[in-house]
Design a protein around this ligand. Structure first.
Ligand SMILES: [Zn+2]
Length: 194
């Protein structure tokens, strides 16, 4: 799918600290996610299967299950491709941000976050200095990405989790394919893994 909803901005990714304690690492990633979204992630919890969640508002059970389902799909596809690293729920941190829009340009329900255009400037994704994305990778250690709050169509949450997770799995298991697929401004999209 070659749409703005599946974008990743790689530029932010290396800002996360690599040589810090787990707690310091978490704080660095939270700060980064807050800077990107202008949100405050004051709610902290885990999904039933153990993924870490930081959110603006307390997510409901369907949202948490959708995250777990997306990760389950990601792990199954990863194993099918003989990837073995970072396939535990506890390896993942998901930020649930406030949606900056609820519908896409065709009027479909599409809660997305607005992020600075960076390398997408002037591309088909550029909305005038920013782009809308369904999700965005924040860090690789720990594995972290941002998605937007949903109140319906939770299967879309599972898809976005799986898609953002693809970048993280590839980073840790197949750096060459990661590099080829990380930046969608040159084309390409999701799913990457079949
Ligand atoms: Zn992507």
């Amino acid at each position: 799918m070659k749409t703005a909803r599946n974008l990743l901005l790689i530029a932010f990714v290396f800002a996360a600290g690599f040589a810090q304690s787990v707690k310091g690492q978490d704080r660095t990633v939270i700060n980064e996610a807050q800077k990107i979204t202008n949100d405050r992630f004051t709610v902290s919890l885990t999904t039933p299967r153990g993924a870490r969640v930081y959110a603006v508002n307390r997510p409901n059970a369907r949202m948490l299950k959708a995250i777990d389902d997306g990760l389950a799909n990601l792990f199954a596809l990863s194993r099918k491709n003989n990837y073995s690293r970072r396939l535990n729920y506890s390896d993942y941190t998901i930020f649930i941000a406030k949606a900056d829009r609820l519908k896409d340009s065709s009027g479909q329900y599409s809660p997305d976050i607005a992020i600075g255009a960076a390398q997408y400037a002037g591309s088909i994704f550029d909305q005038g200095g920013y782009i809308y994305a369904a999700g965005m990778v924040v860090a690789f250690n720990p594995n972290a990405f941002i998605i937007a709050e949903h109140t319906k169509h939770y299967e879309r949450v599972s898809d976005v989790v799986r898609y953002e997770g693809e970048h993280l799995v590839l980073y840790h298991n197949d750096r060459r394919l990661f590099n080829q697929t990380a930046d969608h401004s040159q084309g390409g999209g999701h799913p990457i893994l079949q």
